[in-house]
Design a protein around this ligand. Structure first.
Ligand SMILES: NC(=O)c1ccc[n+]([C@@H]2O[C@H](COP(=O)([O-])OP(=O)(O)OC[C@H]3O[C@@H](n4cnc5c(N)ncnc54)[C@H](O)[C@@H]3O)[C@@H](O)[C@H]2O)c1
Length: 352
């Protein structure tokens, strides 16, 4: 099977590409325009594999996509390309509308025309997996979990652009019969995550003895999902999901941001001792505007219909993640030195 993955040079997309090649022996075409968040070194383990191909292209560029679909004739698409950082969407939303909404629209149109021309046997097999987020559902209070039928109530420009793209994808199923499936997952963590997101930022700042910024009082809760479990879920969805359906993926690992930061501090203190405990570096900073209080996923449908479940537990996975960053300076040092040095993003100042 040949799978076209968009955003395969990013955090989750690279995990999907590696698993498709290593664990499933599938052919992969990675379509990515290499934004600041991309890192081709995440694909080193498959870069020389004959089953892997890379095409640098923007998903907003319909002609480029048409050409790629003609040349590779993929059997399926897993769509992950996106602007993914909420804080950046607050400071400058334009790229989020372009890629997440317009780019998804262009990709859907290319897929629809491609799908319509496929012979019947290949059309029956074709699938389009759209990777979205639990942030489309908005914020939970102290109780409850998101189900697939939870109404959409996005709070940030990022989550609004993802919600809009989900609606497009579903409409292309209802109107044109494109066999799409939508996944909504909770926050991912693990190796190869660009160090602007909470967990890698805190790990690297702790390693370097820098302040550990925590938004507000650190009480926001996320349901942390290990990236390899999520990639496994997306591939399982591709193989077993029902077209037209949505599936939630979560890690069953709710933690407040402050708990996550303190856990990382304890691990870094143990494996790389320093004169002062890392917790002394915790600095409470102005909260993110529109910061959702709590996300939690009910993944019953994915468990029941797909037979999917996260494989590990948060405590082991977060330790493995810290160790990975300690052992892989060469992966993160170049982007930390040039692309993003850890400065505060996402305060609601004028648009970029
Ligand atoms: N990281 C999370 O915790 C999380 C949680 C829920 C959902 N998601 C969703 O999963 C997907 C992947 O997230 P991620 O964390 O791996 O993101 P990421 O920012 O690490 O990677 C995104 C990738 O998409 C590429 N890209 C961006 N714009 C593009 C364009 N116009 N054309 C082609 N490629 C483009 C980038 O170059 C990058 O390689 C996104 O759709 C995101 O909304 C992520």
């Amino acid at each position: 099977m040949r799978v076209l993955v968009t955003g395969g040079a990013g955090f989750i997309g690279s995990a999907v590409c590696r698993q498709l090649v290593h664990e499933h022996g599938m052919d992969v075409i990675n379509v990515d325009n290499l934004t600041y968040a991309a890192n081709l070194r995440s694909l080193d383990s498959i870069a020389g594999d004959p089953r892997y191909a890379f095409e640098q292209a923007d998903i907003c560029d319909r002609a480029a996509l048409d050409d790629i679909f003609v040349r590779y004739a993929p059997a399926a698409v897993i769509h992950l390309a996106a602007e993914s950082h909420v804080d950046r969407s607050i400071t400058g939303s334009s790229a989020f509308i372009d890629t997440n909404f317009v780019g998804t629209y262009q990709l859907l149109e290319v897929c629809r025309r491609y799908y319509d021309r496929l012979p019947a046997d290949r059309r029956n097999q074709f699938r389009f997996v759209h990777v979205s987020t639990d942030e489309v559902y908005g914020s939970l209070g102290a109780t409850g979990r998101f189900r697939e039928d939870t109404p959409y109530q996005p709070s940030s420009p990022y989550s609004a652009s993802k919600a809009a793209s989900d609606h497009l994808v579903h409409a292309w199923f209802k109107t044109y019969g494109l066999p799409v499936m939508i996944s909504n997952c909770s926050n991912n963590y693990g190796p190869y995550q660009f160090p602007e997101k909470l967990i890698p930022l805190i790990i690297l700042n702790a390693i370097e003895g820098k302040p550990l910024p925590v938004y507000g009082e650190g009480t926001n809760v996320r349901d942390w999902l290990y990236v390899e479990d999520h990639a496994d879920g997306l591939i399982t969805l591709l193989q077993r999901g029902r077209p037209g359906e949505k599936y939630n993926f979560g890690g069953d690992s709710e933690r407040t941001n402050l708990e996550v930061v303190k856990t990382i501090c304890r691990i870094v203190d143990r494996v790389a001792p320093a004169p002062r405990p890392r917790e002394s570096l915790i600095t409470f900073v102005q909260d993110r505007p529109g910061h959702d209080l709590r996300y939690a996923i009910d993944a019953t449908k994915a468990r029941r219909e797909l037979g999917w479940a996260p494989r590990g537990n948060f405590d082991d996975r977060i330790e493995q993640t810290v160790l990975w960053y300690l052992e892989n300076h060469a992966w993160w040092e170049p982007s930390r030195a040039t692309v993003y040095k850890g400065e505060r993003l996402g305060l609601a100042q004028a648009q970029l």
